[in-house]
Design a protein around this ligand. Structure first.
Ligand code: ATP
Ligand code: FE2
Length: 334
């Protein structure tokens, strides 16, 4: 039997499939892309409701399955935006009841980690989890994924998206910033940071991005080329993340670094992590991009793992938890 994974924490509704041996298959995904402004939770929830049935059908069709082939339903129980989470949880409960199969609510952040471990074949990494809403450096210790450092204000992806939005670039802004930054350094291989300095985001083992955002906006408003500011912005905030990740490797004695979350799609960030790891004889891993951004497959995988270890979610415990933390989920599967 297959496990169906349902992701709906924020901008994306996605269905993914895991076969009985725990092998993941690519998701069927739809992301709301507002023409202007950020993601409005209610509008995103409406998008998810409208997209759900066609998307589920296409996920099943992708593996030539009928609903009767599904033996378990996994869904993102949190963290995320309430209205969006509720849509995914309702679909999950409805399918589990109709087909009389077990339900399993999983932790979205932990799912980002487990798909990375599965895809990259690494064992006990320090995790650099960089997404829209989250920025955390994580390591496994005494049965849980512990947060060793994290953003004190906004997630790195939200910061990039907000900067982009102020320049008229629609969501998601991260990939466009990446292109502009690359163009700047390709066109100006000897570029320096002179006049492009930004505040440094490191606060001990934590990070803070809102001051960097304000300063980057000020640089653009003072007439610096947008491409140059995008380059500086990436260099500053990625170095900060890599610095905290390196310190986490040093303190824990671990020798693997694993990237996860949507911002881990970024090639420059991947390169920086590889360089840092080479310098300290560690190894840097990054999963395929389709499994860095939010996807139903990672939810299905974590559901499959947890159910294999005997956990299911009873209906009366299936409510969403907008504020679920990475370190609240006991690692019972490994
Ligand atoms: P979470 O709930 O885990 O915080 P999320 O809702 O932020 O997840 P993800 O799909 O994990 O969703 O990440 C989306 C973010 O990734 C967006 O902020 C987007 O701009 C950013 N992103 C995607 N591709 C890139 C890229 N190439 N470079 C930088 N940022 C990127
Ligand atoms: Fe995510």
């Amino acid at each position: 039997m297959w496990t169906l994974g349902i992701e709906s924490t924020a901008h994306t509704l996605s269905f993914g499939l895991i076969d009985k041996n725990g092998i993941p298959f690519p998701s069927s995904t739809s992301t709301i892309k507002p023409e202007k402004g950020g993601i409005h939770p209610r509008e995103a929830a409406d998008h998810h409701k409208a997209a759900a049935s066609e998307l589920l059908a296409s996920a099943l069709a992708s593996q030539s399955l009928s609903p009767l082939d599904i033996g378990a339903i996994a869904y993102s129980q949190g963290p995320g935006l309430g209205p969006c989470l509720r849509v995914g949880a309702s679909i999950a409960r409805g399918l589990a009841a109709k087909f009389d199969v077990p339900l399993i609510g999983v932790n979205h952040c932990v799912a980002h980690i487990e798909i990375g471990r599965q895809q990259c074949g690494c064992d006990d990494p320090v995790l650099l989890y960089v997404s829209g809403g989250n920025t955390q450096v994580i390591a496994r210790l005494e049965g849980k994924y512990r947060v060793l450092g994290e953003t004190l204000d906004i997630g790195i992806g939200n910061m990039l998206d907000k900067f982009a939005r102020a320049q008229g670039i629609p969501f998601p802004g991260g990939p466009v910033i990446e292109k502009l930054a690359k163009k700047w350094i390709d066109d100006n291989p000897n570029a320096t940071m002179e006049g492009l300095e930004l505040p440094y985001a490191v606060r001990g083992m934590d990070l803070a991005f809102s001051g960097v955002l304000t300063a980057a906006l000020r640089l653009v408003n003072s007439g610096k080329p947008l491409e140059a500011v995008c380059w500086s912005l990436q260099e500053h905030v990625f170095s900060a993340c890599v610095e905290v990740a390196e310190r986490a490797l040093a303190h824990t004695g671990k020798t693997e670094l694993l990237l996860g979350g949507g911002v881990a799609c970024n090639t420059r960030l991947r390169t920086m992590c590889t360089l840092m790891c080479e310098e300290r004889e560690a190894t840097s891993f990054a999963p395929p991009r389709m499994y860095c951004i939010d996807n139903g497959t990672m939810i299905g995988l974590l559901g499959h793992l947890e159910m294999g270890a005997g956990r299911v979610t009873e209906f009366d415990k299936s409510a969403i938890d907008q504020y679920l933390r990475t370190d609240q989920t006991p690692i019972i599967w490994a």
